[in-house]
Each structure stands twice: as C-alpha cells, then as structure tokens.
Design a binder for this molecule. Sequence first.
Ligand code: CMC
Length: 429
Amino acid sequence: MSKTVQIIDPQTGKQTDLPLREPTLGAPAIEIAKLPRELGYWTYDPGFGATASCQSDITYIDGDKGILLYRGYPIDQLAEKSNFMEVAYLLLYGDLPSQREFECFDREVRQHTMVHEAVRYFLEGFHYDAHPMAMLMGVVGSLAGFYHDSLDMFNPADRNLSAIRMIAKMPTIAALAYRRSIGWPAVYPKNSLDFSERLLDMMFSVPSEPYEINPVAAKALNLLFILHADHEQNASTSTVRLVGSTGANPYACVAAGIGALWGPAHGGANEAVLKMLDEIGHVDRVPEFIARAKDKDDPFRLMGFGHRVYKNYDPRAAIIRSMCHEVLNDLGIDDPMLDLAMELERIALEDEYFIERKLYPNVDFYSGIIYKALNIPVNMFTVMFTIARTAGWVAHWLEQHETPDARIGRPRQVYTGHDTRDYVPMDQR
Ligand code: CMC
C-alpha cells in the first residue's frame, strides 16, 4: 500500500490523506493536488524552496552532504574520467554509451555544428557592444524560424534532432556573438576537432595565421562543461520546463532558459564574482567587503557564495578550486586574484554569519579565474555556462515530453489586492 500523510484542519476538523511520492534518493514529497478541493487551501511557497515541481530521473543533489549525481554517477568520477560529449549523452539518454553509441552521438552532434548563414546576418543587427548573452538569447529564439522542419513535438525523432541541434549549435552561436563583439570575421566549426577544441578554435583563431589549440585550455573547458552540465530544477531549467509545458518549440524554451541563467543570482554570478574580486582589489580590503555582505542595509552580497540547495561545500566548487591551481600552474600564470579569492573564502568560512547560514563557495566562485586564465572575456563567462547547461536543459525538455502525466505549469497565488469595487467614471475620481 502506498504511504500517505494525514492533514487535519484544526479550524474545521476536516481531514484528508495525501499520498507520498517516493524517490530513489532523498526525502519523499507530499502530493498536494487534492488539498484545495478537499480542505479549501492552496499551498504558499515563494521561491519554491519546499516544492518539487516534477519527477525526474536525471540529476540528484544532496545539499547537506554536498553530493551531486548525474543519472546516479558522482560528479567527481565524471569529472575525472569522462568528457562533455559522453556526459551530454548520459544526461539525454540515461546511461553511459557504448563505444558505438558514443561515436554515433558524437558524429551526429558534429554534423549539426553549422548554423544557417542568415544567423550571421541576424547577429550583425546587434549593436557592437551588445552583451553576448543578449545576442545568444535572441539568436537561439530565432532558430525555430530556421529549423521548422523538425518542430513536431509529438514526434520523438523531431525532439531528438532538436536536442542534438541545440547542443551542437550553441558553441557556434556563442563564438559568433563573441567575434561580432570584437569585430573579427566568423570562423566556421571544424568538425575534426572535439567539442571544447572546436569552441576554442571558433573563438580565438584568425584567418591570417595558424592557431594552435592549447591542450590545457581544452581540458579545462571540458571539465568546466561537465561540472555545469546539469543541476536538477534550478531557475533556468525550471524556466525551460515551464515554457516547455505550454508545448512551445525547444528553441523558445532554451531562449527563455538563457534569460533566466543570465541573472546574477544564477549563472550571471560567475561574471559578478570577477567584477567583485576586481573591485576588492587587494586582500587588505577583504574584511570591508565581508562586513558589507553581512550588513542588511547594504544590498551587496558575496557573489559566488551561498546556494539554495547546498548547505555544505558545493562539490563542483571543490573540484574547480583545485583545478584552478592546476590550470594556472600549467599555463605559467601567477594571478593574484586566486590568492584574493582564497583569502576571501578563508575569512568568510571562519565568520559566524556565514557559518550560521551555511554559506559556502558555489560553482561560480572559482570558475571565472579559470576562464580569465584562458583569455575568455568576462562578459563571455555566463555564455560558457550556457553552452554546458544546454545539455541539461534539453535532457529535461526531452524527459518532460516523455512524462505521461505532464500538464501545463500554472501556479496559483495568494491575492492581496482590492476586494471587488465598482468602476468610477473619470470625472468622478
Ligand atoms: N552573501 C551574503 N549573505 C548571503 C549570501 C551571500 N552570497 N547568500 C545568502 N545570504 C544570506 C541571506 O541574506 C539570508 O540571510 P538572513 O537569513 O539573515 O535573511 C540567508 O543567507 C539565506 O539566503 P537566501 O537569500 O534566503 O537564500 P536563497 O536560497 O534564496 O538564495 C542564492 C540562494 C544563491 C541566490 C544566494 O545565496 C545568493 O544570492 N548568492 C550570491 C549569488 C550567487 O553566487 N549565485 C550563484 C548560485 S550557484 C550557480 C547557479 O545557480 O547558477
């Protein structure tokens, strides 16, 4: 017999048994769908801190223990042994691929790396100093107009092709947006290169001289992409799912997700961290900024710190932190910003305010230092995150369309406006 939770309304004495939805890992969820009908109440949960919006097989987080699993595989094992293409396959299809499955998938992605030539002209329409996230959002939204041959959302083959196209084209669009912003000519994707190498080539090579891909940079990007690939029902993935629930095309869903990711409380934090470290400038000023972060009258927050789910060290931040040392070492870079970041972390982690609230560095705290070492400009940091998270977004979008009881996302509200009142003609107001 399935488990239930009994809810009794002390006001009316009415009671109801609500079913429990059992997970593989983590806490069960109380199914509240019949609560309004049976007891006459909505539930109120701004920010969805206590609400499971869907059932998913893709990613699991234990925020107290600092655990992150993609399809059951611990993130540290994937970071050490896998590559981004394999992780994308895992997220999309549920299992690690065989050699043959991997080759087919990888080949398919490589076949779709080009974008319609008109996309380049579309990018030309942006002002030269437009933020690349704005360009990405606009261009991805426009793709439905270019690839309407495969937009039948009831057709699994169309859905799969859209997912592949999205993963394949995102780096191409990102690089085009970057080159547009610096006035460099477009570089077409070289499909002989792997995912990260191809991106580096599209971003940094020039027609006038040979460009050699730095294997340290390619390896670092590959690792960062694995770590950023998915994170269950975060704000941007929930946005993709909410838009997806209306039956909208995948490009519209992902464009909306890009908009959500751009915010500084979410993926925009990696850009904000670098700007913050720049502003702090020297370790001597760390206490001043820690004091500001604690001051409730100051809107300043320590960027790259805190997380809705992790109440422990973000496992991704731990990996990126040690990778930071490795990458800077390998590239022969001595960046004082890393010392500054480590000092900021040390002081914050000893401070009662941060200890009490369980605020630890998150994935964005150290990633910017690596991007900076790879010569990736600050306004492209969130674009890098987008390239990786696209795999997660499309995996969730595919899963959503395979869920039999999926419904349009339509939350309710607690109305606090005026009671009913009569219209007053303008001359009597
Ligand atoms: N600096 C100072 N105080 C903080 C911070 C911070 N970075 N984060 C949370 N707090 C405080 C907050 O003021 C609150 O204090 P009190 O209980 O006294 O009111 C308490 O900690 C709980 O914070 P919250 O805002 O209720 O937590 P949340 O779960 O709603 O927000 C967060 C999570 C990530 C938006 C927030 O921690 C934050 O703004 N962090 C900085 C931005 C950032 O690094 N974002 C990246 C998140 S990870 C990557 C991603 O999602 O893409």
